[in-house]
Ligand binder design. Sequence first.
Ligand SMILES: O=C(O)CCC(=O)C(=O)O
Ligand SMILES: [Fe+2]
Length: 348
Amino acid sequence: MTSEHKSLAENIIPSVQNKQLTSSIPSQYAYFKNPGDSFALPGDGIPVIDYSLLISEDTDQQAKSVSELGKACRDWGSFMVKNHGISEELYEAMFERCEEFNSMSDDEKQLFKMKKDVMDRIMFGCSSINMSSTQVRFWRDYLKLFVHPDFNSPHKPAGFSEKLLEISTKQREVMKNLLSGVSKSLGVEESYLYNIAEMDKGMDFCVMNIYPPCPQPELAVGLSPHTDFGLLSILIANGIGGLQIQQNGTWFNVKIPPKYLMVNLGDHMEILTNGKYKSVVHRAMVNNKTTRISLVTFYGAEVNNFVVPTPKFVDDNNNPLAYRGMKYGDYFIADQSSTTKGLDLVRI
Ligand SMILES: O=C(O)CCC(=O)C(=O)O
Ligand SMILES: [Fe+2]
């Protein structure tokens, strides 16, 4: 078993479970150089979209919500969603299963490690997926799953797969309505983004991030700054803070209230809109008290869909073509496995 396939718990935590020995992290996990580098302001101004209004039959209410959504996409590239109709109990039950997964022995978890490449339908691992592409290790374990068009999930712990399927199905509906709202906010037909990216056959990629308590949280990082691939990502966490998003160069702490979803616009929203809406830069912090778990689903195009800026958002004067086209599957593979990542793969 190579060390990157072991979980953090197996690699590091047993040796630090005895708290007397736990004062420092191994040097390859030291990310922040200065104590102020992880500073962020309170994210109280992060927009909140009322989903019930977005899908309301009342056209005035809906138009108001669409306009707020457009502003959130332009100003932040991210927003929270309330009144989405998915029960808090379902998410709580899911996080219980996530904790059970985390408590399984390393040998059990290794059943799900990457066997071939980043297109493996189920992948468990530690730190980042391709160790050679990041110099510093991330303080996290992950379980990556393709959940659409075919649904994949570990067969244990009991109930994990059932709860995840229920969440995937319900969130897909929310994603579809959010894309309708975003399309309307762009002045195009409501099914525009969904159809152009062939989202009915779209690749939904779900990642469970597990960030164990860290003895030096001011030095380590759970995930370094990045943007997500796909049109948008829906993120929930087990009530523990750690996510930070960047707006105009300033970092903000995200506190996701229970019953809310966090939504981040992804690179393919930026590409399709030729930069009118930007994917949001974000990172994950760790703490020294509690294991934080986040569950993120990246909603992207059909794997063979050639994603290219929409002509409507390109003109020779103020909006020259800013990104070259690339097949979604190729972008995903490159982003996950090469040193060139994210929009640098396609920026003109
Ligand atoms: O755990 C978080 O809050 C962030 C996770 C994330 O950004 C990701 O998985 O891409
Ligand atoms: Fe992310």
